[in-house]
Design a protein around this ligand. Structure first.
Ligand code: BDP
Length: 675
């Protein structure tokens, strides 16, 4: 009988090794643990190893400052190793940088060493080692030198100070503002453990649609309590301020970034923040977008606002993540073109310390979008990539959709900005331009639900975001498998079945929602179900009909050179490829073209039949996932099994609904070209 679980332990669900050969190896190699660290890091490492090792090894393990008697694990920073003359001669410690770590067998084969240059990197290394055990890897001759590819790996919470979460589907905010700073929810520490275990090193605490109170002294004192917990795990705090805080929170008459008293107000505010939180990371700013205040309200532009803020943090080395999610359709009638047109002319005008933060695609976190054309188009500005972990447009916390393949598609996309190989990932990690700073931001899917993410499988997306932020060259398959082994089981049947379910789940979701490049045809406001007929929004580009443009002739948004010409924002050879219906990747067909109903796709099917093929396939896939899950009954604890089963049932009903609504709607236009 498997013990029921509620999902609270996430992937840090340490289990006894049920593979005898591995168990023997681990037991032989880990007799005890010596931790050579100071109080705080010692406590953190000991706490985790105490939780993990006795269960994994199914035996008592001595863990302490002198735990190792025979074979064992030694955990300590390079400095502390040197003090004990435990130097590792072949190692150039600079290779690890500040955040990397080394796990290596040394002293013949009698000990395994985990080392790093900093305390917090040591913690990351320890979690990595535990992951090797949790996933049953061979640790004989272990030799892993691992460093992150992106510097700032941030989880962003769209949490409001009243405890609600914009686009949150897993309960209320984790931050209990009315209790802080006096009462500390034990969950803060578990949150930090989870983040640290996957290498996340920053947390943006509040919503991009921000409230000024977050910068008040009262709230800053609450934030100090969180910062103190997170710091010991290597996680820094960032905030999203409203641009008009000087007028809203201070009593200035304006928030015009060019006015000296406004500059002074921000400078004093930053000095206050840094006096309380010396390692504060910086600001993420949504400005002049969707009704938020910004420099445009005062006749300025993005760089005026961003530079003023980064200047206010100058003494403290904070950064500003200035969001490019700005679509003022007076710039261009095609929303997908606006950010590029607004930002490219500003390249070179942003001061050091400012990043422009760009969503993966040019519209808005749709089930699938081509990569954002700003990548590669602003070589003088570091660009941060923003991904959405919370599944706003992908079935929220109801649908099982594993997002790593979508993120990989974007990260691996070649922009051709400097010829072949100029991938989005190389622009984001800074290697293409030899940038010294890089950043990636994921909009979090966590909340107060006991299982953190609303759906047990949504935890995989939090996990995958962290792993890819650390190393975007990891494959979605490997990340998937790691996560399954740690979260569900190492039983090969379970691993294989779940792996298969997850790996095709995103493509299936695209198929039953928005195949062939369709986008933004969801119901208004909540963005959950389908509403392709929707045409009643206050802005034209919030309507479904604006995006799909179905008529008697065909379907799709003509962004080719005969239409909005959005294809011109991409480098050659992409713009030619996207422009030409015959060679445009079919997954983006209706994104770039208004395609005639009697157009034949590579399959030989006409457009409507091809759409139907995708919608049918998406629904079938969900039915297949339901079946695969059912076959695991008895191999998964019944509490989590039933929870997922119920979700899959709803997902199937929803997928059929998407199918029926969209097929029914598009059929009216396709006329007699429908068989
Ligand atoms: C959209 C969301 C909205 C966010 C906005 C943003 O619907 O709630 O405020 O993005 O990123 O996807 O600013």
């Amino acid at each position: 009988m498997l013990i029921n679980e509620d999902g609270y332990r996430l992937w840090l669900r340490y289990q006894k090794i049920n593979d005898d050969i591995r168990l023997l190896q681990y037991r032989k190699m880990i007799d005890g643990v010596t931790i050579l660290e100071n109080e705080q890091t010692f406590d953190i490492i000991k706490y985790e190893l105490d939780l993990a090792l006795p269960v994994i090894l199914d035996k008592q393990v001595g863990i302490g400052r002198t735990g190792v008697t025979g074979r064992g694990l030694v955990v300590g920073t390079i400095d502390n190793l040197r003090k004990l003359n435990l130097d590792i001669p072949e190692l150039d410690s600079r290779e690890m940088g500040n955040e990397g770590f080394l796990i290596r067998q040394y002293d013949g084969d009698s000990n395994i060493l985990i080392t790093a240059n900093s305390n917090t990197a040591l913690i990351t290394g320890m979690f990595h080692f535990l992951r090797r055990l949790q996933t049953h890897h061979d640790i004989q001759n272990i030799d892993i030198l691992n460093t992150p590819r992106i510097h700032r790996r941030l989880l962003c919470h769209w949490d409001n100070i009243d405890g609600s979460i914009e686009r949150g589907y897993a309960g209320r905010s984790l931050w209990k503002w009315n209790e802080l700073p006096n009462k500390i929810d034990p969950r803060y520490r578990d949150y930090a453990r989870a983040c640290a275990s996957i290498g996340i090193n920053g947390v943006i605490l509040n919503n991009v649609n921000s409230q000024p109170e977050i910068l008040s002294t009262e709230y800053l004192l609450k934030i100090v309590a969180l910062a103190d917990i997170f710091r010991s795990y290597g996680i820094r705090i960032y905030l999203s301020p409203p641009f008009n805080a000087p007028a809203q929170l201070g009593s200035l008459r304006t928030s015009d970034p060019r006015k000296p008293d406004v500059k002074r107000w921000w400078k004093e505010k930053m000095d206050e923040i840094y006096s309380l939180i010396p390692d504060f990371g910086g600001f993420q700013v949504k400005a002049s977008s969707e009704g938020q205040p910004g420099p445009h309200d005062y006749g300025g532009n993005h760089h005026d606002g961003a530079n003023m803020l980064v200047e206010a943090m100058h003494d403290h080395n904070g950064i500003v993540l200035w969001r490019a999610f700005v679509y003022d359709t007076t710039i261009d009638k095609d929303r997908a073109k606006c950010a590029y047109k607004g930002f490219v002319p500003l390249d070179g005008k942003f001061d050091p310390g400012v990043f422009v933060q760009v969503k993966n695609g040019p519209v808005d976190f749709q089930p699938r979008e081509p990569f954002h054309p700003l990548f590669g188009a602003m070589p003088k500005t570091p660009l941060a990539l923003e991904l959405q972990i919370t599944q706003e447009y992908l079935g929220q916390a109801v649908h099982l959709v594993y997002l790593a393949p979508m993120w990989k598609e974007v990260l691996d996309a070649d922009t051709f900005a400097y010829g072949e190989g100029s991938t989005v990932s190389r622009i984001v990690d800074g290697s293409l331009y030899a940038n010294t700073e890089s950043a990636i931001v994921g909009v979090s899917n966590t909340g107060s639900d006991r299982n953190w993410c609303g759906h047990h499988f949504a935890q995989a997306n939090w996990y995958a975001f962290g792993r890819l932020a650390w190393d975007h060259y990891l494959s979605s398959e490997d990340i998937c498998e790691e996560w399954i082994r740690m979260t569900w089981s190492n039983d090969p049947d379970v691993v294989n079945s779940i792996r298969k379910m997850m790996l095709g789940s995103w493509e299936a979701c695209v198929d039953y929602m928005t195949p062939l490049g369709l986008h933004h045809i969801t119901q208004e406001g909540h963005h959950y179900g389908p509403d392709p007929a929707f045409n009643g929004a206050s802005r034209e580009d919030w309507n479904s009909v604006y995006y799909h443009r179905a008529d008697k002739e065909g379907l799709g948004f003509n962004r080719s050179s005969s239409g909005s010409n959005a294809i011109s924002q991409y480098f050659s050879p992409l713009h030619k490829q996207f422009d030409d219906l015959a060679i445009c990747p079919e997954k983006y067909l209706l994104w770039f073209h208004h395609v005639l109903w009697d157009y034949r796709l590579s399959s030989g099917r006409m457009l409507f039949e091809e759409l139907k093929h995708h919608y049918d396939g998406g629904v079938e896939y969900v039915a297949g996932m339901k079946k695969a899950w059912k076959s695991l009954q008895g191999k998964i604890d019944s509490q989590r099994f039933e929870h997922v089963q119920n979700k899959l049932e709803t997902q199937e009903v929803n997928a059929k609904f998407w199918h029926d609504v969209c097929m029914g709607y598009f059929r009216q236009f396709a006329g007699d070209r429908v068989s």
